[in-house]
Every structure is written in C-alpha cells, then in structure tokens.
Design a protein around this ligand. Sequence first.
Ligand code: SF4
Length: 369
Amino acid sequence: MPRSQQSVNPASREAIRALAAAFAPALIKWQKKHGRNDLPWQQTRDPYAVWLSEIMLQQTKVSAVIPYFRRFLERFPTIAALAAAPEDDVLALWSGLGYYSRARNLHRAAQIIVTEHGGGFPQAMDAVMALPGIGRSTAAAILVFAFGKRGAILDGNVKRVLARVRGITGYPGENAVAAQLWTQAELLLPKTGLRAYTQGLMDLGATVCARRNPRCTECPVQTMCIAQRTGRTAELPTPKPRKTLPQRRTMMLVLQRAGEVLLEKRPSSGIWGGLWCFPVADSDADAVTVCAQRYGVQVELREALPVIAHGFTHYHLDILPQPAQVSSWPRRAAEPGLIWLSVEEAKAAAIPTPVRGILEQLIGRSRRR
Ligand code: SF4
C-alpha cells in the first residue's frame, strides 16, 4: 500500500470507497461523450509520442502544443533519432514553446533510453521516473496511455479537481497538501478503464472545472463534489500565498554588421540555458565601452528598441535592446559560442522568446525605413 494512504482512517476509507465506486464510472462515461478524443497523441500508443505530448503539455495549452508536436515527430520520428540529434536542433524545434529545460531533459532522456534500455521506452514506474524531466504524475500518465498500466496522476488541473471534489484546503504546492491529494488520487483510482478515466480527469480540469467560474451544472461528478455542495468552488484550491516578485533589468546588445546580428550561446545551466541570445550587459552599462572591452570593436549606437517585459517564475525582467552598428569584426566568425546570422537565420535558430521579439522589432524597423 502506498505510504500516503496509511494516514486515512477506516471510516473515511469506507466513504472514499463508496465515492470511488460512483466517481470513476461517472467520469469515464462523461469522457467518452464529452471529453477530448481526437488529439494527435491520442491516435497512437507509441510511448515516445505519448511521452513527448505529456512533456509538451506541461505548462502549455493543447492548441499551442499541436503544431510543435507534429513538427517534432516529423523531424525526430523515433527515440533513436532524437538521441542522435545535436542539442541545438532540438532546442531550435522547441523555440517559442518556453521552459527549455523540458527540451534538454527530453534529449538527455532519449540518450539514456538508447544507452541503458536498448532504445525501448521502459515500462517500470521507477525506471520511467529515473529519466530526466519525468515526475511521478507524468510517469503514471505515460504508463497509463502507452501501456494501459494502472497509476494515479496529479497534474495542476487534477489537483484543482480533487481539491474541490474532496474539499481539501491549503495550497497544493505545499508538500503536506500535495500528499493529501495524492492519497485521494490513489483511492479514487478505478481497477479498469484507466485510459478513459485518466483522460477524463485531465479533460474535466481543462474544460469544465476551470480555475475561474467552473461549469458545475455540466460536471459529471457534481453531486459528489464537496466544494460545490458547500459553495466553496471559488476558494478551492487555496491559491499560492502572494509574494511580490523582484524586478530586474538587463541590456541586450543587438550588434549588427552587413545585415547580420551577433548571437551568443548561453551557458547550459541558468536562464535560457543552451539557447542563442543577444549578448547581455548591465542595464546601466555604457554599450560602447562594453563592446570595446568585451570584443575589441568600435560600435556606433542606434536608437534603442522598445523595452521587452519578460516574466520568469522567480522574477520579472525588463530587457532593454540596444542596437549598435559594427563596422569591422576582428575576431574569427567561427569563435565558439558566438555566431553572426542574418535576421531570418536567427529567427530559425534555438532562441528564447524575447530574442524573437527583438528580431521582429528589427524587421519592423527596417520595413518602416
Ligand atoms: Fe469542479 Fe464544479 Fe465539478 Fe466540483 S462540481 S468538480 S467544482 S466542475
């Protein structure tokens, strides 16, 4: 028995058994009629495609994922193809989807699957969870959808559904609250119909049991939901305690020469790890001096581009793009970590969203001239 179930007393365990007997059948019936059944990754049991979709869907909406999912599978149709690809190519295909550590982990995991599992996706929970970027909920979802195994999921949407159905207070990001939710997820898990049940939980959270204004009258588990019964749907789940995020500023040096821009590869750890970025400097630094000291070049500053505001989990960043014209570049173009690209080539490289925004601004400015 999972350790998290041991804290449930026998009376409430009995009540949950009765609830489970009604909950899963209602959800499965609803999923078959009203759930999402035609998404591209639902048309296959290939564990690679299922895994890819689960990773892409983390923090990203279905509609945004679909074109990326198709392009990715077209370019890297197998785990072996992904494992053999250069990291730059993988990041370039991920460009615009955000949370790039997902792409780096996916790539590393593919290489581990090839070297340690002979190229076949593992089927044991602990082996799946040992792969980079795969947590307990994602591992269970892959095993359910690809192999029909039994396992509870608890992604953000499911946490919301279960906190409401079971009336669990407290921010689900806290370990103690998450442990309660895992217990409920396991106790409610049916013995059969796992695929439709798991998809039903995901669909209910994504379409009916929305964060704001859940459509309870259309909900298949309305009569079993404590939050609905007690008028607490707006309170549950308990929101994250508010914390004001710090505000930071940085300058991006948009060096231009003969229709090309200079990009610099970021270190593999930290923000935008491994991506190509404009060189950064302190927001109040003198760009001419920075270019002279860092690259040994004279530059002529151009009018600054509009500030780009970018949000990270832990802080907000204002990016000040400073274009500068370079007449000659004494260093060799092949210097590691630096690359000159046309604006169009740069747009196709593995770049983070703010860099893409700056490139668009450059294109817009040159059109207006
Ligand atoms: Fe969510 Fe409302 Fe259904 Fe409860 S009844 S699970 S709050 S949609």
